[in-house]
Ligand binder design. Structure first.
Ligand code: ZN
Length: 278
């Protein structure tokens, strides 16, 4: 496997070469957030960056500097270790970074995001599409590896649990301390859990997605460890199966883009309007 191309580690003429020969950039977006007693605060940031590097090594696409902060649902606010951005701050941040990538010659951008903030990143993509003519795709590992997670894990993904801790053990085991991992089912939602779909892998289909119903109390007051579920079920093998599945999907999207568009071409998205109304 070749080495990843990392924006902040190379010189500007190296960036130009990748723009001219590949034309695809990867933008990792994480979050800084508590991940229980046993995992580091940078889990989402590390996951986005490590997955991006693996994709780069296989495709030659360049990895832009990772965004370490993320936006958060209301119930994350107030937990020690968590540093939330407002959704509006994040959307404008992503817009400016995308413009910077476009100005360096990249009009095909894969956003590798690794935190429960998809409503913000998806909104960012729709907002930016009115403003900048570039191809964007949001790659969220637990969506791309949804079937694999169901296959290898016994619980649906929530946070710092069996699923996410497995990914941490696969990518940076030295920062995890499994002797501190304990089960935590202390968080009690405001409404019966049959109404709330906690994750994409949940079999509970006829219910409200968790980000669409204010069903959860403030976690810092209502949860003991910060890690709902049982992280003791995590293994590096499960994590590797999940990560490699997600990486394979992103690599195949990039290969498809390479096949259909030259490095300086892109699927046009900016609507052609009579007036610049937006
Ligand atoms: Zn996380």
């Amino acid at each position: 496997m070749s080495k990843p191309v990392i924006w902040q580690e190379v010189k500007w003429r190296d960036v130009k070469k990748v723009a001219e020969e590949v034309g695809i950039a990867i933008l990792p977006i994480g979050a800084t957030e508590q991940h229980g007693y046993h995992c580091p605060n940078g889990v989402d940031f590390f996951n986005a960056y490590e997955i991006s590097k693996r994709v780069s090594a296989r495709t030659g696409a360049i990895v832009a500097p990772p965004m370490p902060y993320g936006s958060h649902p209301y119930f994350h606010y107030g937990f020690v270790g968590t540093i939330p951005l407002r959704a509006t701050t994040q959307i404008e941040f992503v817009r400016d970074v995308v413009k910077g990538l476009v100005n360096s010659g990249f009009r095909k951008i894969i956003i590798v995001q690794a935190h429960g903030q998809w409503w913000t990143i998806h909104t960012a993509v729709q907002e930016i599409a009115l403003d900048v003519d570039c191809f964007m795709a949001v790659a969220t590992w637990w969506e791309l590896a949804c079937e694999k997670i169901k296959e290898v894990c016994s619980t649906p993904f929530k946070h710092a649990d069996e699923v996410e801790t497995s990914v941490s053990l696969a990518l940076y085991p030295e920062l995890c301390d499994m002797s501190l991992a304990v089960p935590d089912y202390s968080l009690k939602p405001y409404v019966d859990k049959k109404f709330v779909r906690p994750a994409v892998h949940s079999d509970l289909i006829n219910a409200f997605p968790i980000e669409a119903i204010t069903s959860v109390p403030q976690e810092s007051k209502a949860m003991q460890t910060g890690a709902p579920g049982d992280p003791r079920l995590a293994t590096a093998e499960k994590g590797e199966a999940i990560v490699s599945t997600a990486v394979d999907v992103i690599v195949s999207l990039i290969e498809d883009l390479k096949k259909n568009y030259k490095p300086n071409e892109w699927p046009r998205i900016k609507p052609d309007l009579k007036e610049d109304m937006y």
